[in-house]
Design a protein around this ligand. Structure first.
Ligand code: BG6
Length: 475
């Protein structure tokens, strides 16, 4: 059985991981431009970001990335050969408002995205646009401490209104913030916050910044719907349900609590208010949100149309101290090692059935359409001398996940708008800053140290995906 003909098969990218051109045509630096590569302690810099804005190294991966800014035409032409129907992209805030506070937007930046989205449409590819994907203007970090300050809300709303207005006829699908729950795990990446993970005020700062983002997200929905009532505006979370390690009721309860923590933000964006769990959790942690009069109504009246989510793996939790020792390292959201699953070198456990479980959990909770806006396998690939890349492991991963996604839709009855392969072209890893953790169906000849001529090569998985889309949509 096939999915509906309007199902959005496609791929996903993010500006800070692909564009480069970090100081061109009026753009000023943003948070990701200060993240060093793995060899210079990227993780440590994210967890202790105190002096992250001081440039100390020669190489910062995002500053050139895969040079999508200059090569997007050839990249989109290449991707179009696979028959994709949608491409998720994000807008770099500092291309539009370089410091975040200008009165007028930067026309060069606006023109770039206009041409980019037009180029997508020329090939029948629907742009799916994230307003903020791990991206905060440097100037706003320095001046306000980024999302820790409520003044970011109005600045974000102005930015959102500008791009909604300019692309009102080019873009229909939007998302307000990428992986909004990630701010509680890696706050510099999620919100440009300079808070140290050992800071006693960590939870207070992070959850309050998240509240500011939630209010900003609702403001964006409000203004977006005014500008074009046909917009479909979604929220986006890092998903992957927690399983209990055993049938011990304490483990089952612990898994539920872990899931509840991840749902705190989509609860607000889809249900329009904080859950009872969230309120009690805040009280337990001694968190007081800076809620202002009008916030409750704003959040209640401007909920999102769909839930976009990334899925890479399920997660596992236990109350048994013995089991708690066995962590699968390498992910921002801690999980235990699941003995039933294979694991990649980067600590991702491979669980296609977990995607179906997660989709059921999310739909049961929200009853809003789902959109898988990231799924993929990040591993090393080998470019052969003849320019081929043989990646059967990626085909196996994607095929297994698509199979489970189809079961969720066709057997479990869950509405799903589309499926987007993360990093459809190799790009800079958000967590590690590496190039060699490759997700793409297109290989980019660039390496961890920044060397390489940036040439693009189709991997075997590219042809496989093209065939899959053909079968699903046309044959
Ligand atoms: C998601 C992000 O967390 O996972 C992407 O939205 C990121 O930006 C992706 O690249 C994969 O993570 P990583 O660390 O392997 O790049």
């Amino acid at each position: 059985m096939k999915l509906k003909s309007d199902f959005l098969w496609g791929g996903a990218l993010a500006a800070n991981q692909c564009e480069g051109a970090w100081q061109e045509d009026g753009r000023l630096p943003a948070s990701a431009d200060f993240l060093p590569d793995a060899a210079h302690g990227r993780w440590n810099a994210m967890l202790h970001p105190g002096n992250i804005l001081e440039t100390r190294y020669d190489y910062y991966p995002s500053r050139e990335a895969i040079d999508f800014y200059h090569r997007y035409k050839e990249d989109i032409r290449l991707l179009a050969e696979s028959g994709i129907k949608a491409l998720r992209l994000s807008i770099s805030w500092t291309r539009i408002y370089p410091t975040g506070e200008e009165n007028a937007p930067n026309e060069d930046g606006l023109r770039f995205y206009e041409e980019l989205f037009t180029e997508c449409r020329r090939y029948g590819i629907e742009p799916v646009v994230t307003l903020c994907h791990f991206d905060v203007p440097e100037a706003l970090i320095r001046k306000y401490g980024a999302w820790a300050d409520r003044r970011l809300i109005a600045l974000y709303e102005k930015y959102a209104a500008t791009v909604f207005d300019r692309y009102r006829n080019l873009v229909k699908y939007w998302m307000t913030f990428n992986e909004i729950n990630m701010i509680t795990h890696i706050p510099y990446l999620g919100g440009g916050l300079l808070v140290d993970k050992d800071d006693p005020e960590f939870n207070q700062i992070v959850y309050n910044a998240a509240h500011n983002q939630l209010v900003a997200s609702a403001c964006a929905v409000r203004i977006g719907k005014k500008i074009n009532p046909n917009f479909r505006i979604g929220c986006m979370m890092a998903a992957g349900s927690f399983y209990p390690y055993s049938c011990n009721p304490n483990d089952v309860m612990e898994a539920r609590i872990s899931n509840n923590k991840n749902y705190i933000f989509p609860d607000v964006q889809l249900n329009g208010c904080y859950s009872g769990f969230a309120r009690n959790y805040f009280a337990k942690l001694g968190i007081t949100l800076d809620e202002q009069p009008g916030d409750d109504e704003l959040l209640a009246q401007n909920t999102c149309d769909f839930l976009g989510f990334s899925y890479y793996s399920s997660r596992l939790i236990s109350t048994d101290p013995e089991h708690l020792k066995n962590v699968a390292d390498g992910n921002a959201i801690t999980t235990l090692r699941n003995p039933y699953l294979q694991i990649t070198k980067w600590g991702r456990q491979i669980d296609p059935v977990g995607l179906r479980v997660t989709m059921n959990d999310l739909y049961d909770r929200y009853h809003k359409p789902l959109f898988i806006v990231e799924n993929g396998l990040g591993v090393e690939d080998t470019l052969e001398v003849d320019g081929s890349v043989h990646d059967p492991y990626r085909v196996e991963y994607l095929d297994a996940h698509i199979t489970q996604m189809k079961k969720a839709v066709l057997e479990d009855g869950i509405p799903c708008m589309g499926y987007l392969v993360w990093g459809i072209i190799d790009l800079v890893s958000a967590g590690g800053g590496e190039m060699d953790k490759r997700y793409g169906l297109v290989y980019v000849n660039k390496h961890n140290d920044g060397t390489g001529d940036l040439a693009r090569y189709k991997k075997d998985s590219f042809g496989w995906y093209a065939q899959k889309i053909r079968e699903e949509c046309y044959e």
